[in-house]
Design a protein around this ligand. Structure first.
Ligand code: MG
Length: 250
C-alpha cells in the first residue's frame, strides 16, 4: 500500500456505522419485518396471514428505498418506509412492533472493541471523530447504541442519512458530516467504511481520503460495481491509527 503524506493535516476521521464501527453480520432482511408485522398485526386484531402480507409490503418498500438511495435519489426514514407499506406510525401496534424489531436487531448492533481505544487515540492526536451513516433509523436510536457501548462521548459529530436529503455516496452527505465537525476542507478529512461504492468512491469523490474495512459480506443485490482504490485498508479498526499516523508524518 502506498501512503502519501496528506496535502493538509488530518483534522477529522469520519466513520461509517454498519460493518465498520459494528462488525458485519448478515441479517435475514425478510425476518426483521416478520418480527415487526407479527406484533403490529396482533395489536391490530389481524390474522397471521395479514402479518405475512404486511411484512412483504414493508420489505418491498425498504428495498425500493435503498435502491433509490443507491441510484442517488435521496434518503429515507423508517416512518416513510412504513407509510409506503400502509403502516401509520401512530397506529397503536407500532410501538410494540418497533420494540420487537429493535430487539431483533440488538445482537447485531454491538460496537467493535477497537472503537473506544481508536476514538481516544484520534482525539489524543487532536483529530476529530465523526460518524456518517446511511440509515433509516433515528439519531436517538443510534445515540443510544453508542451510549450503551460507552463511546457516545468520544464522537464529536454525527450525521444520519435519515435526517438529511441525500445519503452516501452523494457529496452532500459528506459535506454535512464535515459541517457538523466544523470543517470545510475535505482534504483534511479521512473516511472509513466497508462499502466500495458508498464509502470509498463516495468519500474520494467528495475530496476525502478513504480507508476500506474489507471484511463485510455485502449482498450482491446491494453492491454497485465500481473501480475504486482506497487510500488505505484497515484489517482491524485500530489499523486506522497507524494509517493516519503515516499520513501525519509522511
Ligand atoms: Mg457499512
Amino acid at each position: 500500500m502506498r501512503l502519501r503524506p496528506a496535502a493538509v493535516p488530518v483534522r477529522a476521521v469520519i466513520f461509517d456505522w454498519g460493518g465498520t464501527l459494528t462488525p458485519w453480520h448478515t441479517i435475514d432482511l425478510a425476518e426483521q419485518w416478520r418480527v415487526y408485522a407479527r406484533e403490529y398485526a396482533a395489536a391490530s386484531g389481524q390474522v397471521p396471514a395479514d402479518a405475512e402480507a404486511l411484512a412483504e409490503r414493508i420489505l418491498a418498500a425498504e428495498d425500493a428505498a435503498w435502491a433509490r438511495i443507491r441510484a442517488g435519489g435521496g434518503s429515507a426514514h423508517l416512518a416513510e418506509v412504513l407509510a409506503v407499506a400502509g403502516v401509520a406510525s401512530d397506529n397503536p401496534g407500532h410501538d410494540a412492533a418497533l420494540t420487537a424489531y429493535q430487539e431483533f436487531w440488538e445482537p447485531h448492533t454491538f460496537t467493535d472493541a477497537d472503537v473506544a481505544p481508536l476514538f481516544a487515540g484520534l482525539r489524543d492526536r487532536g483529530i476529530k471523530v465523526g460518524v456518517l451513516s446511511n440509515t433509516i433509523w433515528s439519531r436517538d436510536y443510534h445515540a443510544a447504541v453508542f451510549a450503551r457501548d460507552g463511546v457516545l462521548d468520544l464522537i464529536d459529530g454525527a450525521v444520519y442519512s435519515s435526517e438529511i436529503d441525500h445519503a452516501k455516496p452523494h457529496r452532500a452527505a459528506f459535506r454535512s458530516a464535515m459541517a457538523v465537525l466544523g470543517l470545510s476542507d475535505p482534504r483534511a478529512c479521512v473516511y472509513v467504511g466497508d462499502r466500495p461504492y458508498e464509502d470509498v468512491h463516495g468519500s474520494q469523490r467528495a475530496g476525502m481520503r478513504a480507508i476500506l474495512v474489507p471484511h463485510s459480506d455485502i449482498p450482491p443485490a446491494q453492491q454497485v460495481p465500481v473501480d475504486v482504490h482506497p487510500d488505505g485498508v484497515a484489517h482491524r479498526l485500530l489499523d486506522v491509527l497507524d494509517i493516519v499516523d503515516g499520513w501525519r508524518t509522511g
